[in-house]
Design a protein around this ligand. Structure first.
Ligand code: PMP
Length: 285
């Protein structure tokens, strides 16, 4: 039977309850991770747990578990889930306390883990690409923290939904940062351009995979800032995330990107990514 983990207990989702004064509920005071699981094997678990540690450090919350403890808890949730491929969601908040902005003393953090079937991009999204809109990146200056306080991302993503699009591509001070829920790459003259990791974007695990594949397979690529003009004039734009994998953005603000179809570099990367998924991700330990 599918189970979730909450503060030391394994129980059905319906039975998992959190006090209303939990600081996650009151302040959005917590961080999270999403870990793709292939064949019941969490992909890059150590990297996800390192990113979790970075997020916890960023909000000055002690990690409630060591890596082996996380692995054990995640493993039990994965084992109890129905599907082989899953998306594990885990969240740590600063716990329940009387409402006051200041950190509470000696409060147990709330730890929650659940798993859902892994969603992957629909065939049509891969073959035809997706549309996106742009917006000013008006989030805070710690976008490298995977904070549960996602209201800015929610509002930005909704701009895409309202326009019948798949994603909102964010620009800060005239440069590409990322998507509302993905990392964004551009391709110009055959060269893959990736914004460098900084406090202005989430360091995506899929972003790393794409750059590693580019390196290993000899795709021309540069990690550097991408201006708005370069983005708008790009031959190809891609979005990446654990669930979107690599998907081509073929329309931006109603204008075609390049030919308006997924481009040749996308298809090469898509093939390499799928190959990597079958051989490495599915065999990851
Ligand atoms: N940026 C943002 C804002 C995200 O929410 C996500 C994940 N949904 C990503 C990038 C991609 O991260 P990953 O490749 O680890 O899924």
């Amino acid at each position: 039977m599918a189970l979730v983990y909450l503060n030391g207990e394994y129980l059905p989702l319906e039975e998992a309850k959190v006090p209303v004064l939990d600081r996650g509920f009151i302040f959005g005071d917590g961080v999270y991770e999403v870990i793709p699981v292939y064949n019941r094997r969490p992909f890059r678990l150590s990297e996800h747990l390192r990113r979790l540690q970075h997020s916890l450090d960023g909000i000055r919350l002690a990690n409630p578990h060591r890596e082996a403890e996380w692995a054990e808890r995640i493993g039990r949730i994965v084992a109890a889930a129905e599907t082989e491929d899953q998306g594990v969601y885990l969240q740590v908040t600063r716990g329940p306390a009387p409402r006051d902005h200041a950190f509470p003393n000696a409060v147990q953090p709330t730890v929650f883990i659940m798993s859902n079937p892994l969603s992957t991009p629909p065939r049509a999204a891969v073959e035809q690409g997706v549309a996106a809109v742009t917006a000013v990146d008006n989030r805070w200056l710690r976008c490298d923290i995977k904070a549960i306080a996602l209201l800015p991302n929610v509002l930005l993503r909704q701009l895409a939904v309202d326009a019948g699009c798949a994603e909102t591509v964010l620009l800060r001070d005239g440069f590409l940062t990322e998507g509302a829920a993905s990392n964004i790459f551009a391709v110009r003259d055959g060269v893959i351009l990736a914004p460098p990791k900084s406090n202005l974007m989430l360091p995506g695990i899929t972003y790393d995979v794409v750059l590693e594949i580019a390196q290993a397979k000899g795709f021309a690529h540069e990690v550097r800032q991408v201006s708005e003009a370069e983005l708008r004039g790009a031959d190809e734009i891609w979005q990446t995330s654990s669930t979107k994998e690599v998907t081509a953005v073929v329309r931006l603000d109603g204008q075609p990107v390049g030919t308006g179809k997924p481009g040749p570099v996308f298809w090469r990367m898509h093939a390499a990514y799928q190959d990597y998924k079958q051989t490495v991700m599915r065999a990851a330990s």
